[in-house]
Design a protein around this ligand. Sequence first.
Ligand SMILES: [Zn+2]
Length: 444
Amino acid sequence: MTHWIVADHVVANDGPGTVYAPGVIEVDAGVIVSIGRLTGARPAGADVTDLGAAVVLPGLVNAHAHTPMSLMRGVAEGHSLLTMAGFLAVLRSREAHLTPELVPASVAVSCGDMIRHGTTAFADQYFYADRIAPTVIASGLRARIAWGIVELGDDAARARELAAATAFAESMADNDLVRGWVGPHAYFVDNQPEAMAAELALARRLGAGLHVHFSTSSEEDDYCAEHYGAPALEVLRALGMLDVPTILAHCNTVPVDQLPLLAGTRAAMTVVPSVAMMSGAPAAPVREALDAGVVVALGTDNPCNNTGSDLFEEMRTLGKLAAFTSGTPDRVTAREILRIATVGGHAAIDSGPLDGTLAPGAVADLIAIPVRDIPRGPIGAQSLESALVYNTSGASVSDSMVAGRWIMSRGTVIGLDLAAAAARQQADYDTLVERMRTAGEEAS
Ligand SMILES: [Zn+2]
């Protein structure tokens, strides 16, 4: 059924920076049919949503998340989870006591957090993907949920995890919005080449993507230098790992001279600048990747490594970190950053080519922010894109639509009971701590 959305400002995010003021968007069957400047009287009726003095823009894509981990938000402060030492110190002891029924409430908390901060699509990767999916489906978010695999060269673990990943991805085959992907935790580090070959074959057979941590440190390059005499990206390309949609999360230490190997492939460099900063890791080479023609996307990672899931915060952190590390103001422009968080994100999750813009044929995934909540310089002094990236809090997002369906209206998340989820999450954490105490472990 056709629906019209009207607002004082509509950001097409089309490259030239078109803003329709006022603008009107026609949506049918989850897709944008037309978009343009509204002329004449503002339409009214049951099939019209007039958002008034608001800015409408494409929804943001969180291309690297671990939704169940909001259960452990805060426990890693003072540690870097980008290192094995940090993981062993705070996460392993808790994850050892994590059971499937402790997953859904934290997924709901994370999905609520993402929706309330302007995310309309995300890529998840964790254990218990089958327990993540029902809550994500209820939220209305678009998602790629990767079945997390850690096999450490263990044949039995590999076979078990691959079978589970297969069953999960096949179970999601009929869902247009939420698809099952394959989630090797990290190539070479804890997924050995035999596992990688099987994971690639599985992704190819199912038409799924791969979601993997990459270059959080130099571990992959060190392994590949020792075993293959070549950098990790060269080895991945030779193995065919870049021929299927692949999210390479972090890319903090990827050698700049290797970046051209990613251009034109189906792999996306998904950066998380806040996590690089908080972990004391190098900044991913975003400018160099864009110049090399690499797809760059943005993520928030887990809320233990990071502190939240506000992609607006992540966008301006990307801009500031790129300027700071290069000594060059505006090293990555606001327009480029907004497109990384939208167009780049949709490319990373293997959406259609127009997705992430508001154009005929693109998915109707969009968000609205009241004009009063976007502090902005005078028109002519500051662009709207700059104000969105550098002045706007994701918490100001009021309305959100995915595939033509509202998932948040006037600040209220529609598909999830967030108060109940928060209460249940507290009970789940108390359960986790009690299990650790019973096992004689310290829940510090
Ligand atoms: Zn991660």
